[in-house]
Write a protein that binds this ligand. Structure first.
Ligand code: HEC
Length: 235
């Protein structure tokens, strides 16, 4: 999971974002508990109400534990079809059935919008700032605040970083190792835009699809990964 080598002021926000991303998994774990039909006492409800806990009861307790605050509204607890499919697979501790996985990925693939001007790479310096920022969309942010990409929270990005998460693979030397060809560029754009187009139940947020990052922000992050001059692609 996430390892912290040093305390860092941006960390609190970053953790909040990761927890938000992990919420569907927590829901799945709770739902799995409910689906075992354990007596209520085992779920901490109390002996007086000792009755079977159903997935719906558990979901109710889960939903009831969230409050809207600032720009973080309860709409975020709702799941789209993709997340709902992955949650129910998690709850039964099975992978998505093959046909569902293929359909979910195809639906997500349709949402990917490539840059209208055909230019995929922006400014790696701006991309580095975005990749290292976990700000945006939390209840302590304003709607007008610029979202970061929070990439460092799950990925190693450069050799200089002293702290990063390892939920996702290292992106250090991404372009150098993968190449700078058109297919790699298009795949990387798609992955950042909507990661679930390639891996239905990945934990990676769908940055373009949900408007977390704008087209020009994604271009800057693309340059961080795929500009040969970016620190990512140095030795
Ligand atoms: C909450 C964790 C999380 C965050 C935040 C996140 N990712 Fe990921 N990412 C993952 C995981 C997990 C994978 C591997 C599974 C998969 O392929 O979906 C991944 C895979 C990738 C890949 C594919 C790597 C390959 O070798 O094909 C790229 C590229 C990538 N992420 C870029 C980014 C960028 C850029 C950002 C920031 C804008 C970012 N990720 C933010 C979790 C995350």
């Amino acid at each position: 999971m996430i390892r912290h080598r040093t305390a860092h002021p941006r960390r609190a926000t970053a953790i909040a974002s990761v927890l938000a991303a992990a919420a569907p998994t927590a829901l799945a774990a709770l739902a799995a508990l409910g689906s075992t039909g354990l007596p209520a006492v085992a779920a901490g409800v109390g002996p007086a109400a000792a009755q079977a806990v159903t997935p719906d009861t558990v979901k109710g307790v889960f939903l009831d534990s969230f409050r809207a605050k600032g720009i973080a509204n309860l709409g975020r607890v709702g799941q789209d079809e993709t997340n709902a499919a992955c949650t129910s697979a998690d709850a039964t501790r099975k992978d998505l059935p093959e046909a569902v996985r293929a359909r979910v990925e195809a639906e997500n693939m349709k949402t990917i919008v490539h840059p209208a001007d055909g230019k995929y790479l922006g400014d790696w310096k701006a991309g580095e700032v975005l990749a290292q920022s976990g700000r945006g969309s939390t209840w302590t942010d304003k709607a007008s605040d610029v979202n970061g990409g929070n990439c460092y929270n799950c990925h190693q990005i450069s050799k200089q970083e002293i702290s990063y998460g390892n939920l996702g693979p290292s992106l250090y030397q991404y372009g150098k190792l993968r190449g700078y060809d058109a297919d790699t560029v298009k795949y990387t754009w798609g992955k950042i835009y909507n990661a679930k187009a390639y891996n239905a139940c990945t934990n990676m947020p769908r940055f373009g699809h949900f408007g977390i990052l704008s087209e020009s922000q994604i271009k800057d992050i693309m340059a961080l990964l795929l500009d040969p001059n970016s620190p990512v692609n140095q030795d």
